[in-house]
Write a protein that binds this ligand. Structure first.
Ligand code: S3P
Length: 164
């Protein structure tokens, strides 16, 4: 099986869906942010604090190449910020979990751990709109997630994987 990269905005459910999908398919799974935190022994928000976004992006770029032996990878929302990452992921299957901004806002209401979410609504929305276009253009498949259960989303991905 080609490996599967789950992409989408912060809070779109990449990690939760990835874990369930891996269970269902009996495949290996890694969350890229967890991998980075374990590798460098530091929390993502502290990487942003110490090294800035660019520092985090370079850790992320290297980490993405290191997890290619996993079947299913849940990426961070900003993975598409580097062209090179898109090329790496497109060697496998890239699946975009598309969640509306309103839904993301509900889910991340009290979240203070995501540096790029922790900003004014106008900036959040701008980031969301800019990223949406990239996710849509670089993915092999888009799965809308609003009002769907994890199980339904996993089933949709399974169906896609079996037929493609
Ligand atoms: C980021 C998303 C985060 C994490 C980091 C940067 C982004 O991952 O990688 O805070 O740029 O959107 P999640 O999408 O899992 O929240």
């Amino acid at each position: 099986m080609k490996n599967i990269y789950l992409i989408g905005f912060m809070g779109s459910g990449k990690s939760t869906v990835g874990k369930h999908l891996a269970n269902e398919l009996n495949k290996s799974f890694i969350d890229l942010d967890d991998y980075i935190e374990n590798k460098h022994k530091i929390k993502i928000q502290d990487i942003f604090k110490d090294l800035g976004e660019e520092g985090f992006r370079s850790y992320e770029k290297i980490a993405l190449k290191e997890v290619q032996n996993y079947d299913i990878v849940a990426t961070g929302g900003g993975i598409v910020e580097k062209e090179e990452n898109i090329s790496v992921m497109r060697e496998g299957r890239v699946i975009f979990l598309k969640t509306s901004f309103e839904e993301i806002e509900k889910r991340l209401k009290d979240d203070k751990n995501r540096p790029l979410w922790n900003q004014e609504r106008e900036q959040q929305l701008e980031l969301f709109n800019r990223r949406e276009k990239i996710y849509a253009s670089c993915s092999h498949k888009t799965i809308k997630t609003d009002k769907k259960s994890i199980l339904e989303i996993v089933e949709e991905i399974k169906l896609y994987v079996m037929n493609n």
